[in-house]
Design a protein around this ligand. Structure first.
Ligand SMILES: [Zn+2]
Length: 199
């Protein structure tokens, strides 16, 4: 005999989370049944709220529930230094490391011709616009060392070639293919302070 349909539906939803297999999904679903109804309602509300209220910041592409994200609206951040990242998970990793006082630009993807992801499919146009309004811009490219990361890095370098834009990239202390958001704070800090100028 299998699970009642409502329960197997719930298990199937938990299985959609990264790293959650059949057994863990079953455990999560069954323990949810032990929660007081009030908590289950709050849990479902918080999922709906997160999904409905969070949107990309119109300046940098980071997640926010306000008009602008906390970082873009923070007057103490240096707006002429922009760290370019693949996704907002990486922004959280940099913020946890805590020593960076510039701002970010979240690409929301990397250029990947085999997957049919072209420059216009990622958040690059707004970067060009943003940089054009800064007096002495510095860009720090912090993308992973994969073919997609390299292609995107070279593309960005090419866009700003011949312009007064200082571009550096994180040092190679970062393992090949490592996801930026999985790096520990010390590695990330070191890669940032050892960044290499590329134009
Ligand atoms: Zn922002």
């Amino acid at each position: 005999m299998g699970y009642p349909v409502v329960l197997s539906d719930l298990i199937n939803y938990f299985k959609k989370f990264p790293g959650i297999g059949e057994k863990s999904a079953e455990r999560m679903a069954l323990s949810l049944l032990d929660f007081p109804l009030e908590d289950v309602l709050k849990f479902s509300d918080s999922m709906v709220n997160a999904k409905k209220k969070l949107h990309p910041c119109p300046i940098c592409g980071h997640l926010t529930e306000n008009e602008l994200c906390d970082i873009c609206s923070d007057q103490s951040r240096n707006k002429s230094v922009i760290c370019i990242l693949e996704d907002y998970k990486s922004v959280f990793a940099f913020e946890r490391a805590g020593n960076y006082n510039g701002v970010y630009h979240v690409l929301n993807g990397l250029i990947s011709p085999i997957d049919d992801v072209n420059p216009e499919d990622i958040n690059l146009a707004s970067l060009v616009d943003r940089v054009s309004k800064i007096e002495n811009p510095e860009l720090i490219i912090a993308l992973k060392s994969t073919i997609e990361g390299e292609t995107t890095t070279l593309y960005i370098k090419k866009i700003f070639e011949g312009q007064n834009v200082e571009i550096s990239r994180l040092s190679y202390g970062i393992p090949m293919g490592a996801e930026i958001d999985y790096l520990d704070e010390i590695t990330l800090d070191r890669a940032l302070s050892d960044r290499k100028k590329i134009s």
